[in-house]
Write a protein that binds this ligand. Structure first.
Ligand SMILES: NC(=O)c1ccc[n+]([C@@H]2O[C@H](COP(=O)([O-])OP(=O)(O)OC[C@H]3O[C@@H](n4cnc5c(N)ncnc54)[C@H](OP(=O)(O)O)[C@@H]3O)[C@@H](O)[C@H]2O)c1
Length: 336
C-alpha cells in the first residue's frame, strides 16, 4: 500500500464547458475506517456524463457534490482494511465513491461485485454496473418496444446507446441510431447490426430520419435532448413512447432549450417518461443475467475505453461532451 492518497475535490461549479479549475488534485492522508466502514484501494473509476450534473447545483436526482468535497464517482476497488463483518480484506466492491486512490466505503454506498466468471472485472464493472442496466430497463420497461416497431436511439455509439440498439434488435425491432462521426456510424451499422445509422453532425437530421424510419418512430430512446429530440418528436407514431435517459446536449448549456415540437405529445398521445437507473437497483440481477447471457452469446458487443492514471480523470471526462470518447470510459488505477 502506497503511503499517499491522491484526491480530486470540487472547487467551483462549472459554467458551460468544464474548465480545469473546477476540480483540484492533491495529495492527502489515507483515511482510517470507523466501525461499520472499510477502506478500499481504487482499481477502476467510471467516467459518466452525470459527473457534470453532480458538479453543478442544477435540479437533480441526488444532492450535488458539495464544494470542497471529493468528486463523486462510480468506483470499483479492493478492500484493504475492514471494520465491517461482511466485508473482508481482498473483497472487490463497486458503488458510489469518490475520485481518490484510497477511500472509505460502507454497505450503504458499495456492495461486493461478486464472481464475474469468465468476464474480466473491468468489463463486468464497465458494462454491468451502470450502463447495461440503464439500457435494459430504459428500453424494455420504459420504452416497451414490440417486434416490428421502429426504435430510434441517440448517442447510439455510446456506452448506453450501443446496448440499447442491440437489445432492440434482439427484440425484433427496426433500429436506427444517431451518432456524431462516420466511424461511429460504421461501427453500429456494420458490427452491431443496426438497420440504419445517421451522422447527425453531417446529415440533415429530419430528412435522414424520414428516410430511415418509413413507418415513423414508435420508441425514441433519448440520450441527448435538444435538436435530435425535436426532430424525433415530429415523427412519433400514435401512442409512441419516449424513454428520457439523458440530455447530454444540454449539460454544458448555459440556457435550457425546450422542445419546439412539444405539441406532438398531445397530438400523438405520446408517453414521455424519464427514469434513473438507481430506481431499478432491486432488479439489477435480472438485467445482469440477461446482459451477461447476450454478451456470452455474442448478441451484445461492448466497447470499453480504458485510460490509465487517476491524474487523467478530468481531461478524460471532457471527451464525453465532445464525442471524442469511443466506448465506456474507465480510468484504470490498478488492474485486478
Ligand atoms: N437515466 C439514467 O439512469 C442514466 C444512466 C447512465 C447514463 N445516462 C445518460 O445516458 C446518456 C449516455 O451516457 P453514456 O454513459 O452512454 O455516454 P456515452 O454515450 O458513451 O458518451 C456520451 C456521448 O454523447 C454524445 N454527445 C455529446 N454531446 C452531444 C450533443 N451535443 N449532441 C448529441 N450527442 C452528443 C457523444 O457521442 P457522438 O460522438 O455520437 O456525438 C458522446 O460520445 C447521457 O445523457 C447520460 O447522462 C442516464
Amino acid at each position: 500500500m502506497s503511503e499517499t492518497n491522491h484526491v480530486w475535490r470540487l472547487r467551483k461549479r462549472p459554467i458551460g464547458e468544464i474548465s480545469n479549475d473546477v476540480l483540484s488534485f492533491a495529495e492527502e492522508a489515507i483515511p482510517e475506517p470507523n466501525d461499520g466502514e472499510f477502506l478500499i484501494r481504487l482499481n477502476y473509476l467510471s467516467l459518466d456524463p452525470t459527473n457534470r450534473i453532480w458538479m453543478s447545483d442544477m435540479d437533480q436526482y441526488m444532492p450535488p457534490v458539495e464544494l470542497d468535497d471529493p468528486m463523486r464517482g462510480l468506483v470499483c476497488g479492493t478492500v484493504l482494511k475492514s471494520r465491517h463483518p461482511d466485508y473482508n480484506e481482498g473483497m472487490i466492491v463497486s458503488g458510489l465513491g469518490s475520485w481518490s486512490d484510497y477511500q472509505l466505503g460502507s454497505p450503504a454506498t458499495m456492495s461486493p461485485l461478486g464472481d464475474t466468471g469468465p468476464v474480466a472485472v473491468v468489463d463486468a464493472f464497465s458494462t454491468l454496473a451502470l450502463v447495461g442496466p440503464t439500457a435494459y430497463f430504459g428500453l424494455l420497461d420504459v420504452g416497451q418496444p414490440k417486434a416490428g416497431e421502429t426504435v430510434v436511439v441517440s448517442a447510439a455509439a455510446g456506452a448506453v446507446g450501443s446496448i440499447v440498439g442491440q437489445i432492440a434488435k434482439i427484440k425484433g425491432c427496426h433500429v436506427v441510431g444517431l451518432a456524431g462521426s462516420d466511424d461511429k456510424c460504421a461501427w453500429i451499422n456494420d458490427d452491431l447490426g443496426f438497420d440504419k445509422a445517421i451522422n447527425y453532425r453531417t446529415q440533415n437530421i429530419t430528412q435522414a430520419l424520414v428516410a430511415a424510419c418509413p413507418n415513423g418512430i414508435d420508441v425514441y430512446f433519448d440520450n441527448v435532448g435538444g435538436d435530435i429530440l425535436d426532430a424525433c418528436l415530429k415523427l412519433m407514431n400514435l401512442k409512441g413512447r419516449i424513454s428520457t435517459c439523458g440530455l447530454i446536449s444540454q449539460y454544458n448549456a448555459t440556457e435550457a432549450i425546450g422542445p419546439a415540437n412539444y405539441a406532438m405529445i398531445l397530438m400523438q398521445r405520446l408517453r414521455v417518461e424519464g427514469f434513473i437507473v438507481l430506481d431499478y437497483a432491486e432488479r439489477y440481477p435480472e438485467a445482469i443475467a440477461a446482459l451477461s447471457q447476450w454478451m456470452a452469446e455474442g448478441k451484445i458487443k461492448v466497447r470499453t475505453q480504458v485510460i490509465d492514471g487517476l491524474d487523467n480523470a478530468l481531461e478524460t471526462l471532457k471527451t464525453l461532451y465532445t464525442g471524442e470518447n469511443t466506448g465506456k470510459l474507465i480510468i484504470r488505477v490498478e488492474d485486478i
